[in-house]
Write a protein that binds this ligand. Structure first.
Ligand code: ATP
Length: 363
């Protein structure tokens, strides 16, 4: 913030998305507002913007250009999940909304913590790691091309997808990983498959190792992606920061989220140097949408990550405090035995969010 007398007032975009999005995003707004008030931070101005099914109906675009333009004017935003696999054509074949937004704003770092809470039903109690997933290239073809999805079929029986790894993208994600590890427990694990994908993931591993030389206080090791799944299941609690390419990071973070308690508690932040987007690591869960069964924790904690990122960037101590209060409110609620069905409890999405807001008021 510029001075103590003129604190920055933040405008955050709100994109409900599809499926359980209209349930978990309002839950996150509710709990963020409670924490901001409790921390004495400036109230947030929320700006609702269309995306997904609603946007297709209203404007004929899943990710409207007007939404992208409006997001550029905000300080950050909350992205609900989208059910793009269910969109009508041609929208289903296009780059999906989160890919479009990540690409448009070059949100290259997908930060995905997996932290076990007391009372949170963790498979591996004590898990407290962060997956630093490269978000712009790798083996997700849709992120690799200027136009088109990067997948093509030369004949009806042959399908080809590209994988791209560049030194520039490896360097910047590796730097994010080592910087984060320097502020945490001081360890980075590089995940690759350099015994088979020698050139692509070999480059990823080698560049990460080069960046590691600039961080002598951070311990570093590396594993193949297949071996890493085994290590996570057995000893997730031993890992600190895990840096990996796009697709490996997507898969590993679902696994890590479940090991920490449930995919429903796995948050994420998509960030560049100057933009950030809160987005739960899970999808739109259409199987439970509209029934008040969704676990809002992942979206609530993603929002807390956004508040922390903004607070650090603007040196806004109350906002950083608000971020911590959100996490404490979630932890206190789970520790009291209130949780949603996926975690073994019986609370609805709305009831759980209200319990977190009440915990925050009591902190
Ligand atoms: P995507 O590819 O968009 O990430 P997905 O195919 O991985 O989606 P999800 O939508 O994440 O699938 O759902 C996977 C399973 O986890 C489903 O059974 C869903 O109901 C459950 N699930 C996902 N998120 C939540 C949540 N927040 N609360 C409860 N259950 C959830």
């Amino acid at each position: 913030m510029t001075s103590v007398d003129t604190p920055h007032r933040y405008t955050l975009g709100v994109l409900y998305g599809d499926g359980i999005g209209p349930e978990i995003v309002p839950a996150s707004v509710l709990t963020a507002d409670a924490a901001v008030a409790a921390a004495g931070a400036q109230p947030i101005d929320w700006k609702e913007l269309p995306l997904g099914f609603r946007a297709i109906e209203e404007s004929g675009e899943a990710t409207p250009k007007a939404t992208l333009a409006a997001l550029a004017e905000t300080d950050g935003w909350l992205l609900g999940p989208h059910d793009s696999a269910a969109y009508p054509e041609p929208f289903r074949s296009e780059l999906n909304p989160s890919g479009t937004i990540r690409k448009h704003f070059d949100l290259y770092a997908n930060v995905r913590p997996a932290k076990a809470f007391e009372g949170g039903n963790a498979v591996v109690p004590g898990t407290d790691l962060v997956i630093m997933r490269e978000n712009t290239e790798g083996f997700y073809a849709d992120r690799n091309t200027h136009r088109g999805t990067g997948e093509f079929m030369p004949t009806p029986d042959v399908a080809i997808a590209m994988g791209i790894i560049t030194r520039t993208a490896c360097e910047r994600i590796a730097r994010e990983a080592f910087e984060l590890a320097s502020r945490r427990r001081g360890k980075v694990t590089i995940v690759h498959k350099a015994n088979v994908l020698k050139l692509t993931t070999g480059l990823f591993r080698d560049v990460c190792r080069e960046v590691a030389l600039g961080y002598p206080a951070v311990a570093v090791d590396d594993f193949h992606i297949d071996a890493m799944t085994v290590h996570l299941v057995r000893r997730a609690h031993e890992f600190d920061v895990v840096v990996t390419e796009n697709m490996f990071g997507d898969i590993l973070s679902d696994l890590a989220g479940e090991l920490a308690g449930s995919l429903g508690i796995a948050p994420s932040l998509n960030a560049s140097q100057d933009r950030a987007m809160a987005q739960a690591a899970h999808g739109s869960a259409p199987d439970i949408a509209g029934r008040d069964l969704a676990n809002p924790v992942a979206m609530i904690l993603s929002t807390s990550m956004l508040l922390e990122w903004l607070g650090a960037r603007h040196e806004d101590e109350p906002l950083v405090r608000a971020a911590r209060i959100v996490e404490e409110g979630v932890a206190a609620t789970l520790a009291r035995g209130t949780s949603t069905r996926d975690m073994g409890g019986s609370a609805g999405c709305r009831e759980f969010a209200e319990a977190v807001a009440a915990s925050i008021e009591q902190l």
